[in-house]
Design a protein around this ligand. Structure first.
Ligand code: NAD
Ligand code: DAU
Length: 345
């Protein structure tokens, strides 16, 4: 099926957004791409190295909350993929205002412009966290939304605003809810990059609680292929879950990372749990699979490739880990690590 001639990718300097820019750039040579990104602490132009100079790609620094910047970014675009968000649960527990601003109000600002322009498609990148923690069931798109932390509540706001715009004005929205992504260019504040880079630096790995919280791990390229498909084949006004079925407890993932870098389990330190920590995320992705999608990347192989990427791209993450992140790490982990329990002791 023919892809769009010109798309807007918000949050395209972040982890999944930049992977999606590369994915579309490589697969859709006829498509022009505009990236709108505020370059918050999580945005990084290095994630788009080698792409930004191409005449098919235009970068605009600006916020999705700023109607003027949004108007300029929409110019000539047929479809929008909204990745822009505040995304880290721990930071939302410390301060939720910026999450509500970007994830709810920013989404509303984009929807308003999309509606005024009559774009062909608005893809909202939402999350499995909107369902809250699973007690054994796999959530389907009609399951109740029971977010358990300020990040997921904010994402719910954006997700539901999309529903409201479709219902009220007929805006051609599709919402996707994805499980935990991993892969290259993920910010080091997140579990897998933090644990890989801490191992490479000879530091401890701060594991929350008993380490038995489970996540469904999706390789980022499989997320990109799902988004491309949903944009083309998904039904307007519908929601699609995106999950790999590769559910693992955090302790097991930490063990795999240590093994692959030849480091001992004693590097794991069990620390005070995250407040309101969702125990398990689990979704049924059969509605998406019925469109013809399936994840193509094996978990163990992809995790190994991801570990190798961080090992081979030390300059990238050392720059991310310096400066403001160092202060964040000290504030968030220092005392907890002192009081923690070393694995096996
Ligand atoms: P990220 O934190 O790596 O990137 C977010 C990007 O958005 C950054 O480039 C940042 O500069 C930009 N941004 C933040 N506020 C902005 C604003 N007001 N205006 C414009 N740009 C702004 O996030 P990610 O992990 O790549 O997640 C991307 C999207 O996917 C988010 O919407 C997130 O909720 C969703 N999601 C992520 C995962 C995951 O596992 N990472 C899973 C499901 C859904
Ligand atoms: O499920 C999708 C969501 O996945 C996305 O919507 C979010 O944007 C994304 O950040 C991610 O949220 P999580 O909270 O699941 O991801 P995080 O990488 O922060 O943590 C993964 C698991 O690892 C979680 O159970 C908490 C645990 N953890 C995390 C960190 C940062 C630790 O044990 N120690 C840590 O230091």
């Amino acid at each position: 099926m023919e892809f769009f001639r010109s798309i807007l990718i918000t949050g395209g300097a972040g982890f999944i957004g930049s992977n999606f820019v590369r994915y579309i750039f490589g697969r859709r040579p006829e498509c022009r791409i505009t990236v709108l990104d505020a370059l918050t602490y999580a945005g990084n132009l290095e994630n788009l190295a080698g792409i930004l100079d191409d005449p098919r790609v235009k970068f605009i620094k600006g916020s999705i909350c700023d109607a003027e910047a949004v108007r300029a970014a929409f110019e000539g675009c047929d479809a929008v993929f909204n990745f822009a968000a505040e995304t880290h649960v721990d930071r939302s527990i410390q301060e939720a205002g910026s999450f509500i601003q970007t994830d709810v109000y920013g989404t509303y600002t984009l929807l308003r412009e999309a509606q005024a322009r009559g774009v062909e498609r608005f893809v909202q990148i939402s999350t499995d966290e909107v369902y809250g923690s699973s007690a054994g069931e796999s959530f389907v798109v009609r399951s109740p939304l029971e977010p358990g932390n300020p990040y997921s509540a904010s994402k719910c706001g954006g997700d539901l605003m999309c529903r409201a715009f479709h219902n009220t004005y007929g805006t051609p929205v599709v919402v996707t809810r994805s499980s935990n992504n991993f892969g290259p260019w993920q910010h080091v504040e997140k579990f897998i990059p933090l644990f890989v880079t801490n191992t490479l630096e000879g530091k401890d790995l701060p594991l929350y609680g008993d380490g038995m919280h489970r996540r469904d791990w999706l390789y980022v390229e499989d997320h990109c292929s799902a988004l491309e498909l949903v944009a083309l084949e998904g039904r307007t006004g519908e929601v699609y879950n995106i999950a790999s079925g590769e559910s693992r407890p955090n302790l097991e993932v930490a063990g795999i990372i240590l093994d692959s870098l030849g480091a001992p389990r004693s590097r794991i330190v069990f620390i005070e749990d995250r407040k309101g920590h969702d125990r398990v995320y689990a979704m049924d992705a059969s509605k998406l699979e019925a469109l013809g999608w399936k994840p193509r990347h094996d978990f163990a192989e992809s995790l190994e490739r991801t570990v190798a990427w961080y090992r081979d791209n030390r300059g990238w993450w050392e720059r991310v880990k310096s400066g403001a992140f160092r202060d964040y790490y000290e504030r968030h982990y220092r005392e907890k690590l002192k009081k923690g329990t070393i694995h096996g002791s």
